[in-house]
Design a binder for this molecule. Structure first.
Ligand SMILES: Nc1ncnc2c1ncn2[C@@H]1O[C@H](COP(=O)(O)OP(=O)(O)OP(=O)(O)O)[C@@H](O)[C@H]1O
Ligand SMILES: [Mg+2]
Length: 235
């Protein structure tokens, strides 16, 4: 076990992270390392700080104190090729952008503004995978919850990211697409590093190699079978 740990390639390192919006800190003294190939399941109670932790890892939110560092082949890296499916509550659905533009915006971000040569075939592939072809020209504000979730998933995976962050990808989707998401995750987990927030862990926990509970602090749990709302201090 220790030997295997030593061979892992560090991608993201969080050191002594605290996030404080005023009264009491949302996250405190968080240390966390993400290694290439990890599939990390993230759970915890509403308001526990899961989305905040993701936004810190994505460098979208500067922590009050502590360091976030990226690595690539053992060297410091400014950025990583990242895909992100934000929680639906973080999306401004009034923004006048079509489904097609939303999905393609995942590419532009991943490739530093340049469109990769094969983007059309990659676009077709994620549209097929996510079943979004019927409403590509519709504005995102006119989508159902599940349709928006599919659109956000297509956007997150279109750049074939090396690290994929998914914040509650299962909310709003029907059972059939939930299973589709599981098979997409299974397929991606072979070549991407995945960090996935969910309250529905029965299938996810079998795919994940790591599991953390976020509730003001972060605790790693190695063999969680039932993942409910566990408060700090409870075992
Ligand atoms: N911009 C902000 N200003 C002040 N407080 C905030 C801000 N963003 C989040 N919070 C607070 O930080 C805490 C953690 O929020 P966060 O969204 O990270 O929780 P979560 O674990 O993702 O919850 P959920 O399961 O509901 O998605 C909450 O108490 C929330 O109200
Ligand atoms: Mg959240």
């Amino acid at each position: 076990m220790m030997n295997m740990e030593n061979e892992k390639e560090l991608l993201i390192s969080l050191r002594d992270i605290t996030v404080d919006y005023g009264e009491k800190p949302i996250l405190e003294n968080v240390d966390l390392d993400i290694f290439r190939g990890d599939f990390m399941a993230v759970s915890g109670p509403n308001g526990g700080g899961k989305t905040t932790l993701m936004r810190v890892m994505l460098k979208l939110l500067k922590p009050t104190s502590g360091q976030v560092e990226y690595f690539h082949d053992g060297e410091f890296a400014k950025r990583l090729r990242i895909g992100y499916l934000p929680q639906k509550s973080m999306i401004d659905t009034h923004f006048p952008i079509s489904v097609r533009q939303t999905i393609l915006s995942g590419l532009q971000k991943g490739f530093l503004g340049r469109m990769p040569q094969d983007y059309e075939s990659r676009f077709d592939e994620v549209v097929r995978l996510t079943g979004t072809h019927d409403y590509l020209d519709r504005r995102i504000g006119a989508l159902s919850g599940g349709q928006l979730q599919r659109t956000l998933l297509a956007r997150a995976i279109i750049s074939d990211p090396e690290v994929l962050f998914l914040d509650e990808p299962l909310s709003y989707v029907d059972k059939q697409f939930e299973h589709k998401i599981y098979s997409i995750m299974e397929e991606l987990s072979g070549r991407s590093t995945i960090i996935l927030v969910s309250h529905e862990m029965s299938v996810i926990s079998r795919m994940a190699n790591r599991h953390i509970l976020v509730d003001h602090d972060v605790r790693q749990c190695s063999h969680c079978t039932h993942i409910g709302v566990q408060k700090s201090g409870e075992e």
